[in-house]
Ligand binder design. Sequence first.
Ligand code: SF4
Length: 183
Amino acid sequence: MGVEEAPSGFLLTTIEDLAGYLRKASLWPVTFGLACCAIEMMAAGASRFDLSRFGMEVFRASPRQADLMIVAGRVSQKMAPVVRQVYDQMSEPKWVLSMGVCASSGGMFNNYAIVQGVDHVVPVDIYLPGCPPRPEMLINAILGLHDHIQSSPLGVNRLEAARAAEAAALEATPTFEMKGLLR
Ligand code: SF4
């Protein structure tokens, strides 16, 4: 966390470091699953893998009480506006984890019905490969996200960073065009 111990016994750190530590240790995911990856996400929350060890005690049923969206499964064109609405209703600061190849790039569903990467709909903070990723992989990605949150700027800086990531994602070359180049 970047804590220094002063000779007098005081611990010194910055407000940004302290906020990052508290935020990463109290993530609450929104209850949200789209396809088969969601089964692995549910397993990660069950007793064998026990996500609550990392401060994620509950999946919240209301996006207003959640600050982590785990996009678990392929995003259909019809579902995309719903995903965006749930994201917009989540409390700030908030983070998005794209779980599995379908959510990250459309995966094997290279067709008109599936969004070719959820980063065209919401800003993604971390991508998790695999089909499906196992619960251990999801936990590993969440720990990676913890490191990202720990070093994230506070306040308006965080909002600016999220807006910049979102703009970059929306301007990115659509992955279905890239797939066309590979044929
Ligand atoms: S990545 Fe695999 S397991 Fe996950 S939603 Fe796609 S097909 Fe299902």
